[in-house]
Design a protein around this ligand. Structure first.
Ligand SMILES: Cc1cc2nc3c(=O)[nH]c(=O)nc-3n(C[C@H](O)[C@H](O)[C@H](O)COP(=O)(O)O)c2cc1C
Length: 190
């Protein structure tokens, strides 16, 4: 591992990764088109819903990400939320590669951005703001178009490995849920 300075922190990078790995997330592939209209993208777990009004989302690319440089220059991106059928898609887009789209099927969104087939859903966004985040950037995007939602299970990433969910789910109390941006049970969503 390259040398990392954690300043005054009383833990090492491995302990930090282990702690972060306890937080289970979904997996997305964030895509765009380069100057030659070729599809580009990378696997990204640091995606989150940010705001309902206006509709904002965020993700955090490493400063060294090749895809981020293309997204920055294009000013727009598409978030593909992966289903549990797409572990291999996550593996391909989670590693450096010249032509990651060679092995996946995709369609253009209405604005032309790559939508990977069998994704649970997708959203077309424009880059609204970029903040510094240490060795990452925090990219805030404004959602412009929402894709269809497939009835399938999500791909999850936990402790450095993949898993999926089983139904039925246990949900928190209704009163708590109503404050969540990701709550879809009521008619308050958009
Ligand atoms: C499940 C998974 C989640 C990932 N999440 C992120 C992330 O949130 N941010 C990031 O910069 N890289 C993330 N990566 C790593 C990038 O996908 C990987 O470094 C990729 O090679 C970057 O490609 P690029 O240089 O073409 O952009 C993740 C990889 C996997 C497999």
């Amino acid at each position: 591992m390259t040398h990392v300075s954690l300043g005054t922190a009383d833990f090492d990078p491995r302990q930090f990764r282990t702690a972060m790995g306890q937080f289970c997330t979904g997996v997305t592939v964030i895509t765009t088109l380069n100057d030659a209209d070729e599809p580009v993208g990378f696997a990204c777990q640091s995606f989150a819903a940010l705001s309902l009004d206006p509709p904002l989302v965020l993700f955090c690319p490493q400063k060294t990400s090749r895809s981020w440089k293309v997204i920055e220059s294009a000013g727009r991106f598409c978030v593909n939320v992966l289903s549990n059928h797409q572990q291999q898609v996550s593996a391909v887009f989670g590693a450096p590669g010249e032509d990651k789209f060679r092995t996946v099927e995709w369609d253009p969104s209405p604005s032309g951005l790559p939508v990977i087939k069998r994704s649970l859903t997708w959203m077309d966004c424009t880059v609204d703001r970029v903040e510094d985040g240490g060795d990452h950037f925090v990219v805030i995007g404004r959602v412009q178009t929402l894709g269809e939602v497939l009835q399938d299970k999500p791909l999850l990433f936990y402790r450095g490995g993949y898993l999926s969910t089983e139904h039925p789910r246990v949900t928190p109390a209704q009163a708590e849920l109503e404050n969540f941006l990701t709550w879809t049970g009521g008619d308050t969503w958009l």
